[in-house]
Design a protein around this ligand. Sequence first.
Ligand SMILES: *Cc1c(COP(=O)(O)O)cnc(C)c1O
Length: 237
Amino acid sequence: MSTDLMARLGHVRERVGRAADAAGRPAASVRLMLAVKRQPEALVREAVLAGATLLGDNTVQELVAHAPGIADLGPELHLIGHLQSNKVNAALRWATCVQTVDSVALADRLARRCVTLGRDLDVMIQVNVSGEPAKHGVAPECAGALAEHVAGLDRLRLTGFMTVGALSDEDAVVRAGFRRLREVRDEVAGSGVPGTAHATELSMGMSGDLESAVAEGATIVRVGSAVFGDRPARPAR
Ligand SMILES: *Cc1c(COP(=O)(O)O)cnc(C)c1O
């Protein structure tokens, strides 16, 4: 087993623990997800053997490539990248949660497919808190309505909200976005609308901004480069 990987995983766990401590939160209230995009299968398996229990894949293609090699170890596998409607069937084969529901159409399609398969699926609503046009997700002011729609669908279990933080060097800007996601979560989970009471997860924070996310209430931080080092380049097309 690579001692590098173990050391970096330990270091990131320490960062998360310190951030939780600083926020007056129990360390166990924040789960560490490994964002495994573009990592080779062998390294992903190594990370799971080293104790990672929660993994996030950005594309269905990568999910399908990574999942069979680690399924025996039983990690939770979340989809954390945009899901195209023609990939729903493949995603459902392996994903235990789709964090990136951002439209009624996608939610309806997932629900219909789950009804057909007779299975349940955890989902989160992806919110674009920064308004950056390159980012997926619903606008914060539309998130509540989408969440309530999803909460009413058969076979989907709304577990919370996900965002990718603002691309900014200013901590105050990044934090304000994370705070906005928390406000959306508090509003929905406290709405009393059937199916929303379990929507408590806040998936936010990455290698560069996990401290700010934990300070604002993150329950899942998604970390890639701080554990794996620089990502391999995208394959040439
Ligand atoms: C790549 C990625 C991460 C992890 O980012 P790092 O900066 O490598 O920690 C988290 N979430 C999503 C959606 C990502 O695409």
